[in-house]
Design a protein around this ligand. Structure first.
Ligand SMILES: *[C@@H]1O[C@H](CO)[C@@H](O)[C@H](O)[C@H]1NC(C)=O
Ligand SMILES: *[C@@H]1O[C@H](CO)[C@@H](O)[C@H](O)[C@H]1NC(C)=O
Ligand SMILES: *[C@@H]1O[C@H](CO)[C@@H](O)[C@H](O)[C@H]1NC(C)=O
Length: 325
């Protein structure tokens, strides 16, 4: 009952704030050449040649307080553009993600805005689909709040079209409102796409600890439990390093950096399946099922996967990273 109440309240709040400021942006050849459209005009991406329905597509969304040039969205798009035969698109919802201006206090408003954006994003994909886009060529992904935006949009797309998007990747999906106490919003999970993989790098602070994908990666979880940060990230304390300040964001954004690193050719980001971190950390653990972070992941795999990484790129430690010691 109370969940229902809150969802309706958020929905109403979002609807009273409709601005349609957000845009779907697709790049062609370089970051300097892009086309941005409102969701109702998504078909223009195809007619203008910025979205080629014969190609595979990456759609990436930034997080809370982000925009296209912060939080690694540009890095993700540049990496995408360096690969042949991909449509490279981003969700530019900077206005919604920064709505209200008051840091932290505005988070519930931004969550309500994100709810609206994800529903309209699903509409945009429906329009693309009606114009020839093939859902089995779609790989949607996002960092933090953007992980929920793309994941939830993919689920809504399925409700709208009875078609399923191939893959959704969550990069440390945001925790507040989505996991743990006070989690009231639908979130990225297995119902979003045919294959959902999630990289969890900041499970005590900004990121979701609950595994909700088909595959969930927990890099450096033992080190993280001891130090509160990922390998190579500076130590933080709650007073000097408020949420998402540069030092605090290091562990949260490592999820995206690991993905980009893998995509740029680091094939050593191998992870071992275990039922939980205690099994993985036990002295007699032997890796059996192995998953690889990144584009080339085996989408038939299921479960939780653990690995150690280096503190800077190339992050992959290969087989040495498959055990906790
Ligand atoms: C779409 O991509 C294919 C394969 O790269 C290419 O042959 C075709 O000309 C492209 N279509 C448009 C409209 O750009
Ligand atoms: C993105 O955010 C950064 C940091 O808040 C800001 O400096 C920059 O001007 C923003 N870019 C755009 C295009 O709004
Ligand atoms: C939805 O898709 C499934 C699987 O492709 C199909 O069996 C079912 O008939 C479809 N339902 C509708 C209402 O189109």
């Amino acid at each position: 009952m109370s969940q229902f109440f809150w969802k309706i309240s958020f929905g109403l709040l979002a609807i009273t704030q409709i601005t349609q400021a957000w845009k779907l942006v697709c790049y062609l050849g370089s970051l300097d050449n892009s086309k941005s459209v409102e969701y109702t005009n998504a078909a223009e991406l195809i007619t203008s040649g910025y979205f080629n329905i014969t190609k595979k597509t990456i759609v990436h969304a930034h997080g809370y307080r982000g925009n296209l040039t912060t939080q690694g969205t540009d890095l993700m798009m540049a990496t995408c553009l360096s690969k042949p035969d991909l449509n490279c698109c981003a969700v530019d919802y900077a206005e919604e993600a920064n709505f209200g201006q008051i840091p932290y206090l505005n988070f519930p408003l931004v969550v309500a805005k994100a709810y609206l954006v994800q529903n309209q994003l699903a509409q945009a994909w429906k329009i693309l689909w009606q114009n020839g886009m093939k859902p089995e060529t779609m790989h949607v992904m996002g960092l933090s709040l953007g992980a929920h935006v793309c994941g939830n949009a993919a689920r809504t797309f399925r409700w709208l079209t009875n078609q399923t998007i191939a893959r959704a990747t969550g990069m440390d999906p945001a925790k507040p409102s989505y996991d743990g106490a006070f989690s009231i919003m639908p979130r990225i999970d297995q119902s979003c796409a045919d294959f959902v993989d999630i990289i969890h790098t900041d499970t005590n602070r900004n990121g979701m600890a609950t595994p909700t994908g088909h595959v969930d990666f927990f890099p450096n979880i033992i080190t993280y439990r001891k130090t509160g940060v990922q390998e190579g990230c500076p130590p933080i304390n709650y007073v000097e390093n408020p949420p998402l300040s540069p030092k605090d964001a290091c562990s949260h954004r490592r999820s995206l950096n690991l993905y980009v690193d893998a995509w740029c050719g680091d094939d050593q980001l191998l992870a071992a399946q275990a039922s939980d971190e205690d099994e993985w950390a036990s002295a007699n653990f032997v890796p059996k099922v192995i998953a690889r972070i990144g584009e080339s992941i085996d989408t038939t795999l299921r479960g939780q996967f653990y690995l150690r990484t280096a503190g800077e790129p190339p992050y992959g430690l290969g087989e040495a990273g498959l055990t906790a010691q």
